[in-house]
Design a protein around this ligand. Structure first.
Ligand SMILES: C[S@@+](CC[C@H](N)C(=O)[O-])C[C@H]1O[C@@H](n2cnc3c(N)ncnc32)[C@H](O)[C@@H]1O
Ligand code: SF4
Ligand code: SF4
Length: 363
C-alpha cells in the first residue's frame, strides 16, 4: 500500500551561516563572510520561497528564522513583514549580541516570538565561556530587559523566550534560570541537550554525517555520564516546576525522554524513532533544503518549488535513511517529535486536535 505523505509542519529558514560569536558547541561562526556573502539567497529569493510555501501549505506551519545569527541579515524585518502579509506566524532565534540598536525595530516588527540563547544566570562566566566572547552575558541580559520593558510600554505581543543548552558546567544554573524566567515574567524557557558539535557546522562546509554508522565521540559520552546523576535530579525538578505552572516549553514527554537519555543515551535510539523526515523542512542560506540537517540536501529552492522537493525521490530516500539513523540529535528541540508546537501558542490553539494526535502516537 502506498504510504500517504503528510505536509511538513516545521519550516526553518537558516538565513545566514555568519555569526559574531565563537561558541564552543558550534562552529558556524568559522564561516568566512567573504566566502558566502554572494552565495546567500537574496531578499527576493526568500520572498519567493515564502510565497511558494504559503501557496502550498497555507498558514498551518511553524516558522522560524535561524542561522548563524539571523539578525546579521538586515532584511529579516522585510522578510517578516512579507511573511506576516501572507498570514505566516514568525519566530526567530538570536544570540542577542548585535541587536542593541534593533530593539524598537523588533518590537514594531511582525516577529511574534523571539528566542534568546542564554546558558547561565548566576555565574556570568559560564555563558561567556560557552559563547567564546566576553560580554555575551551582559548583552543577552540587556536585550531581555530592554525588550521586555519596551514590549510592555508599547503593549506589543512579542513573546520573549530563553533557549538554554544543558551541559556539565551549567547544570547548577538550570533551576535558577527557570526561577529568573518566572520572576521576570519572561514568556518561557526551553532546554536543549548538548549535541555533538559535528551537527553544528556552517552549511557551506558541512559534509553530511555518517548517520547510519554514527558513534558518539567518547568525550561527549563521558560528559553525559559525568553529569548524569545531577542532570536526572534537575530534570525531575523541572518536571515538578512545569507541573506547578512555571513556563518550561519542553513537553513532559521530552523531559522524561531526557532522563532516559542520561541513564543510557543508547536506549533513546531504540525508544524514539526520528520523525524529521515527515515534519521538518529546513532551508540553508544557499537555498539547499534538508529534512535532516545532518544529511545531504534533498533539493534547492533555486531549482525547484518547495513542494516538488518535498515529494522528490531524494526526499523519499532521505526519509528512508532517517528510520535507521544512529544519531542522537532526534533529542534536540527542533527534532523531537511534537515539541516545536510549544513555542507558538496560537499554533497550538489552531492545531490542537492535530497536536493531541501527535502526542497520542508517542510513548
Ligand atoms: C545554531 S544557533 C542559531 C541561532 C543563534 N545564533 C543563537 O545562538 O541563538 C541555535 C541554537 O542552537 C544552540 N546550540 C549551539 N550549539 C549546540 C550544540 N552543540 N548542542 C545543542 N544546541 C546547540 C544554540 O545555543 C542556540 O540556542
Ligand atoms: S550557536 Fe548561534 S551564536 Fe553560537 S556560533 Fe552557533 S550560530 Fe553563532
Ligand atoms: S536523529 Fe534525526 S535529525 Fe538527527 S541525524 Fe538522525 S535522522 Fe537526522
Amino acid at each position: 500500500m502506498k504510504e500517504t505523505l503528510e505536509k511538513p509542519q516545521q519550516i526553518t529558514f537558516d538565513i545566514t551561516d555568519r555569526c559574531q560569536m565563537q561558541c564552543i558547541t558550534c562552529s558556524k561562526w568559522k564561516t568566512n563572510s567573504i566566502d558566502v556573502i554572494d552565495k546567500e539567497l537574496s531578499t527576493e529569493d526568500w520572498k519567493k520561497v515564502l510565497f511558494d510555501l504559503h501557496s502550498w501549505l497555507g498558514e498551518g506551519f511553524w516558522f522560524c528564522f535561524s542561522g548563524g545569527e539571523p539578525f546579521l541579515r538586515p532584511d529579516i524585518f522585510e522578510l517578516s513583514d512579507y511573511a506576516h502579509s501572507l498570514g505566516i506566524k514568525i519566530a526567530s532565534m538570536t544570540n542577542a549580541f548585535g541587536i542593541q540598536n534593533l530593539y524598537e525595530k523588533i518590537i514594531n516588527s511582525h516577529i511574534e516570538s523571539l528566542n534568546i540563547s542564554l546558558n547561565s544566570i548566576n555565574n556570568h562566566n559560564i555563558h561567556d565561556l560557552s559563547r567564546g566572547r566576553n560580554g555575551a552575558y551582559e548583552k543577552a541580559l540587556e536585550a531581555i530587559t530592554n525588550l521586555k520593558k519596551l514590549r510592555d510600554e508599547k503593549k506589543s505581543n512579542l513573546g520573549i523566550n530563553i533557549s538554554t543548552i544543558m551541559f556539565p558546567e551549567n547544570i547548577d544554573e538550570i533551576i535558577p534560570l527557570v526561577e529568573f524566567v518566572t520572576r521576570n515574567k519572561i514568556n518561557g524557557i526551553m532546554f536543549q541537550l548538548l549535541d555533538d558539535k559535528e551537527s553544528f557546522h556552517g552549511y557551506n562546509v558541512q559534509t553530511s554525517c555518517n548517520t547510519q554508522n554514527y558513534k558518539m565521540p567518547q568525550n561527549l559520552r563521558n560528559k553525559y555520564f559525568n553529569m548524569s546523576k545531577k542532570a536526572i535530579e534537575v530534570i525531575d525538578k523541572l518536571i515538578e516546576m512545569k507541573r506547578a505552572g512555571h513556563s518550561i516549553y519542553n513537553s513532559f514527554e521530552q523531559l522524561e525522554a531526557m532522563k532516559v537519555f542520561f541513564k543510557n543515551p543508547d536506549d533513546i535510539l531504540e525508544e524514539i524513532k526520528c520523525d524529521v523526515g515527515s515534519t521538518n523542512y529546513a532551508i540553508d542560506p544557499y537555498g539547499n533544503v534538508r529534512l535532516c540537517f545532518n544529511m545531504e540536501p534533498v533539493g534547492n529552492v533555486k531549482e525547484n518549488k518547495p513542494q516538488e522537493i518535498w515529494e522528490s525521490v531524494n526526499a523519499h530516500n532521505c526519509r528512508y535513511l532517517t528510520k535507521s539513523c544512529k544519531m542522537y540529535c532526534r533529542m534536540l528541540n527542533c527534532n523531537f517529535k511534537g515539541n516545536f508546537v510549544n513555542f507558538n501558542k496560537s499554533f497550538i490553539t489552531k492545531f490542537k486536535n492535530k497536536i493531541l494526535k501527535v502526542f497520542a502516537g508517542k510513548f
